[in-house]
Design a binder for this molecule. Structure first.
Ligand code: GDG
Length: 466
């Protein structure tokens, strides 16, 4: 089998200085790639990603000899100060908010951009050095926008694809970016650029047109490849003894209570405040539901050192406590709020026990949580997915209940309907979405993308919709 070098901002491990070991890291990209089945996709994967130089060099070197999550890995060492500027000041403070339509959160930074260029150069140099001529290079996400152009400068014949995990916004937004030309000029040199959703591809195409004044003749290299999950893994998790233990424990307290579940990283794009306001409105509008329905909201700590994220956390916690204060009784807490990660087994138990999953993202590249929830449902008592129309998953999951998270009044009605949705309908809807995900998992996603990358690609909308 030929080798595919996966290249992303980080390796799927983080160094834990207290324990002095590497521990697995989580997040959308890691979740998806972790599930790839090499023999099914037809490539031997190796992973390249950044490690900062504040970690002991010997420790970093040990990663070169010990596979990470079964994949051989190639750490790329970057000075910590440089990394922080590239990652926090440019990737997270400029690109992330702009690409998610959150323009008020954008803080342009020249120093950030300089560091972004330098770090992208270091990553490109590492690829140029490591890659054999017959390797396939698959670069992931917005932190590495400049890598394709920089690699192609030195190795024009290397097969190189790029996948964007987050939205590509309207050209009216993208063209505000001071560095728009450098980014577009790099991406058009890929052999294939993939997006989760057709709308992102269309926005990219019009951005190329606006920024460069023309569409290059080889624009057949862009396509739509919605990501998926390791579907079998989530099916199997349902019956693991550890999962069953959590189910047993929770059922004792839950009794007849209905649960609306939320699982989101702490991020303004996930629409957590809107979701809480919606639940508050729900309790106000339907007093008969008080005492019968709880919102179980897991918030996973993220970018904890950034002031905007600290503010958001405070606002969320204030709202949670004011709703609990207003509608709670000694016997009823409307919102169970958890600010920490949970194990896979606990997550599976929560997916299985919740009557409704509420995804209220303001914008979200795809949203894997909605797919995981579907694969975790039982045949006997499946739930309902309330899904923001501003997620990439919305194009794939046509049996989910579609919501506009800004329309609180309408979402409240849909939430109520979802909680009382007939069992026969739930079985039909979850069943159809589960069939789809069984036949289209993360390995299929990678297989289709890499197949199109290595053969001469044609522009196709490979969005598989029910
Ligand atoms: C980006 C894009 C796109 C979360 N908390 C726990 C936990 N997780 C896992 C979930 C899921 C993943 O992390 C989160 O994935 P999402 O897709 O929802 O979100 P992002 O991290 O923002 O990912 C996104 C994705 O990339 C892939 O392209 O879908 O739109 O923003 O897999 O299960 N897992 C466990 N405990 C937790 O507490 N075990």
């Amino acid at each position: 089998m030929s080798r595919c070098l996966l290249v992303s901002n980080r390796l799927p491990v983080a160094f834990n200085s207290t324990l002095n070991i590497f521990t697995p890291s989580s997040g959308g990209l890691v979740s998806a790639i972790k599930g790839l089945d090499s023999s099914k996709v037809g490539f031997d994967f190796e992973w390249m990603g950044i490690m900062t130089d504040d970690v002991d060099v010997e420790k970093i070197n040990s990663l070169r000899t010990t596979p990470v999550g079964n994949l051989p890995s190639h750490p790329i060492i970057v000075p910590k100060k440089k990394y922080d500027l590239y990652y926090n000041e440019y990737s997270n403070n400029v690109l992330w908010p702009l690409l998610h339509y959150e323009r008020s959160m954008v803080h342009n930074s020249q120093d950030g951009w300089e560091a972004y260029k330098e770090v992208n150069q270091l990553v490109a140099d590492a690829i140029v050095q490591e890659a054999r001529d017959d390797d396939t290079i698959w670069v992931h996400d917005f932190q590495l926008f400049l890598v394709p152009g920089l690699v192609k400068d030195k190795r024009p014949n290397l097969k190189l694809g790029f996948f964007l995990h987050i939205p590509f916004p309207s050209s009216e937004i993208f063209r505000e970016l001071p560095q728009r030309k450098e980014i577009i000029s790099s991406l058009i040199r890929c052999d294939l650029v993939g997006f989760h959703d057709l709308s992102y591809l269309n926005h990219f195409r019009s951005s190329v047109q606006r920024v460069l004044g023309e569409i290059p003749s080889n624009d057949r290299m862009w396509g739509v490849y919605p990501i998926s999950i390791d579907s079998q893994h989530f099916l199997d998790l349902r019956n693991k003894p550890e999962t069953l233990e959590f189910i047993h424990k929770y059922k004792e307290n839950k009794k007849e209570m209905k649960w609306i579940l939320g699982v989101d990283r702490l991020d303004y794009i996930k629409g957590l405040l809107l979701k809480l306001q919606t639940f508050k409105e729900f309790l106000k509008r339907f007093p008969e539901e008080r005492g019968k329905v709880q919102l179980v909201q897991i918030v996973i700590p993220s970018r904890t050192e950034v002031p905007e994220y600290q503010d958001l956390k405070q606002q969320i916690e204030q709202l949670v406590s004011s709703i609990n204060g207003q509608y709670g009784t000694p016997a009823y807490t409307p919102i169970h709020y958890l600010y920490h990660s949970v194990s896979e087994a606990e997550l599976s138990a929560l997916y299985q026990l919740s009557e409704v999953l509420h995804i209220g993202s303001r914008r979200d590249g795809m949203n894997l949580v909605s797919l995981e929830y579907i694969m975790s449902q039982t045949e006997e008592e499946p739930g309902v997915v309330l899904l923001s129309e501003f997620t990439g998953a919305h194009s794939t999951l046509s049996y989910a209940v579609s919501i506009n998270p800004w329309n609180i009044k309408d979402t409240v009605i849909k939430l109520r309907e979802a909680l009382h949705h007939p069992l026969s309908k739930r079985k039909e809807e979850i069943g159809a979405m589960r069939d789809f995900l069984t036949h289209y998992n993360s390995s299929d996603w990678a297989k289709v993308f890499l197949r199109d990358l290595v053969r001469e690609p044609v522009v196709t909308d490979t969005t598989l919709t029910l």
